[in-house]
Design a protein around this ligand. Structure first.
Ligand code: PBG
Length: 325
């Protein structure tokens, strides 16, 4: 006889099929959203130094990329643009023929079924590199709303399926929703970057988007990484203002925030597996220090287990290949 009674968990771990049967969380290709960086010019395919495997692509080369993404079964892309000119009013953000507007049209031409999500922000489009309108060293909230709403409407007009404001100005979801409705885009959902922290994990992205702030930082509008109750207030405001999706960004260091939002709200929840989360894994993998495939799958499964319904990730194409169709 055994000296004490205990439970035998290993009974359900004895074979691969048995483990499959009792698995609680599954990562699927349809959970993935792949970010793309569109740039002016032709024949441009420029690797982002701090993000191996991620490129700036000119519009003509986007077509082949979209073909590949579609063949892999990835349902959605998130579009960013590198503008030709930056000015104080962030004009190219809402120009009819701006880089993102052109990219949307090309993607839709290539595959009308692919879900096109656009990042709505001003930071890449003005020389100050801030997400709103700058005046005398201040990032102004209310004057930014009009430009953000204009940007969202111009994306919808070009054919975007979903607009995703990432600026963190207060009231932008309401402003965007109102403008979309006024322009008869009542069917276009808003995916709000509801809970976006002032994070060092965006470093490689800012190289990629040429969007690093020219002065100061983003701490007066992005959230303090130490706060989670504030995250619930931010998300609640977005729900009230008409958001259709909520997002937590970054993901890896904020798994508890993902879980809190999931337990509190019933909207689809998106996690953004951001640039430095990608770069850290790539760097270690290139050094032969980790098993990239196993690490990425474990990390993304963890995000789903934490409560993410969808994951924006630079690993999307690799993951789609690993998971098969
Ligand atoms: C634009 C924006 C950023 C990211 C997405 N949209 C950068 C920032 O806020 O500084 C970061 C994405 C990433 O790091 O992968 N505001």
């Amino acid at each position: 006889m055994l000296p004490i009674e205990f439970k035998r968990f290993r009974r359900l771990r004895r074979s691969a099929l048995l483990r499959d049967m009792v698995r609680e969380t599954e990562l699927n290709i349809k959970d993935l959203i792949y970010p793309l960086f569109a740039t002016h010019g032709t024949g441009v395919k420029e690797e982002i130094a701090s993000m191996p495997g991620v490129y700036h692509l000119s519009i003509d080369l986007l077509k082949r990329e979209i073909e590949e993404i579609s063949e892999l079964g990835i349902p959605a892309v998130l579009l960013f643009g590198i503008p030709a000119v930056k000015d104080e009013l962030s004009s190219e953000a809402y120009a009819e023929n701006g880089i993102v507007q052109q990219a949307i049209r090309v993607v839709k031409e290539e595959n009308p079924n692919l879900v096109v999500i656009t990042d709505v922000c001003l930071c890449s489009y003005n020389p100050m590199g801030h997400c709103g309108v700058v005046h005398e060293g201040e990032i102004l909230n209310d004057p930014s709303l009009e430009l953000l709403a204009k940007t969202a409407v111009s994306h919808a007009r070009a054919g975007a399926d979903i607009v995703a404001p990432s600026d963190m100005m207060d009231g932008r979801v309401a402003a965007i929703r109102r403008s979309l409705d006024q322009e008869n885009f009542t069917h276009v959902p808003v995916m709000s970057y509801s809970v976006k922290y002032a994070s060092a994990f965006y470093g490689p992205f800012r190289d990629a988007a040429h969007s690093a702030p020219s002065f100061g930082d983003r701490k007066t509008y992005q959230m303090d990484p130490a706060n989670v109750r504030e995250a619930l207030r931010e998300a609640a405001a977005d729900v009230e203002e008409g958001a259709d999706f909520l997002m937590v960004k970054p993901a890896l260091a904020y798994m508890d925030v993902i879980r809190r939002l999931k337990d509190t709200f019933d909207l689809p929840l998106v996690a953004y597996n951001v640039s430095a989360e990608y770069s850290m894994i790539k760097a270690a993998a290139l050094n032969g220090w980790i098993d990239e495939k196993q690490i990425v799958l474990e990390m993304l499964t963890g995000m789903k287990r934490a409560g993410a319904d969808l994951i924006i990730t630079y690993h999307a194409k690799d993951v789609a290949r690993w998971l098969g169709k």
